[in-house]
Design a binder for this molecule. Structure first.
Ligand code: SAM
Length: 309
């Protein structure tokens, strides 16, 4: 059996045992299994495994748990998207990471899958902070980070309230999409809706920009129609004032369950006096991932854009 399978089987077996014996959900059982490993109660098969093998095995166990008891906010960012975001982080920080590690913030860290995919890709060159409102998800993120030895500080809180986080080099975030129910907190934002409720994803963008260093980059997974919604005008105005849009990357439709769930990658740079806007915004579409030739043309296009920037 491969290492990945051994780790998955180990977690799966323990989680099923907890589910039956204690009447808890499978997902809670996964958390319990990981905590037992960290408390050294168990003989962990992930001891000499690669970080990616451990992350992927835990991810599959969490996905199984999410499928068994579905909850609207339990949405993990899949690997294909995480790896693409990681690729762009690597491209934008290519020079800096040769000498200095970068600080990353994920203000909606969930299970940590997106953040940890990016950190594993840039292994040893990052440190991170994650924020999450759901207690079970943030505990899963904390245990996974500890098991794969990635330096992450996590805060269990509403990311749209005051955050005690120093400005970071980069933000990565698969934005929670929808209305933000706390209108009292929303009025603190320039992107607060003039009428009715504000979009949480817009407020997350503003909050993220506020916590990014000048010249830092932000990598968001956003609804594909973000610039067509009724509050798009205000968002556009705000982005023009505070950032330079670097890229808008359309993602293949077949990665999403329906048109309404389609996402794009939006890459921003927080404005700074020492730099200027890119000559051109990179507008590109990721082809179907199984089309190797088209995919390599896509990466070539990104490289050409980077050289002409
Ligand atoms: N990238 C994550 C992963 O790989 O697991 C998934 C992120 S999911 C699309 C969005 C996350 O935002 C959910 O975990 C949800 O609980 C969290 N969230 C929603 N509103 C929030 C808020 N106000 N503050 C902090 N987290 C929030």
């Amino acid at each position: 059996m491969e290492k990945f399978e051994q780790i998955f089987s180990f977690i799966n077996e323990k989680a099923e045992k907890y589910e039956k014996a204690e009447g808890i959900t499978f997902l809670d059982g996964v958390l319990q299994a990981l905590e037992d490993v960290l408390d050294e109660k168990e003989n962990w098969p992930g001891q000499d495994a690669a970080k990616e093998e451990v992350r992927k095995a835990i991810q599959i166990a969490i996905l199984k748990g999410m499928r068994k008891t579905s909850q609207p906010n339990h949405q993990m960012t899949p690997d294909t998207l995480g790896l693409l975001v990681g690729y762009f982080v690597e491209q934008f920080f290519e020079e800096q990471i040769k000498t200095t590690p970068i600080s990353i913030l994920d203000p909606a860290v969930g299970t940590g899958n997106l953040l940890l995919t990016v950190m594993n890709l840039l292994d040893g060159k990052t440190s991170a902070t994650g924020i999450e409102v759901d207690e079970l998800l943030i505990r899963l993120a904390a245990d996974t980070a500890e098991l794969i030895e990635q330096p992450v500080v996590l805060y269990h809180q509403d990311a749209l309230q005051k955050m005690l986080v120093d400005p970071v080099d980069a933000v990565v975030c698969d934005l929670p999409v929808g209305y933000y129910p706390n209108e009292e907190a929303a009025v603190e934002y320039e992107l607060c809706a003039h009428e009715g409720m504000s979009y949480a994803h817009h407020l997350f963008i503003e909050q993220s920009i506020n916590h990014t260093k000048e010249g830092g980059y932000l990598f968001f997974l956003v609804p594909a129609n973000i610039f067509e919604s009724e509050q798009a005008k205000e968002l556009n105005k705000y982005l023009k004032k505070t950032t330079w849009i670097q890229a808008v990357i359309q993602l293949p439709e077949n990665l999403f369950a329906s048109k309404a769930h389609e996402k794009s990658i939006l890459i921003l740079q927080k404005q700074t006096k020492s730099q200027r806007a890119p000559r051109e915004v990179l507008l590109a579409k990721v082809p179907n991932m199984s089309n190797k030739e088209a995919l390599s043309m896509f990466f070539e296009k990104v490289q050409m854009w980077k050289e002409s920037k």
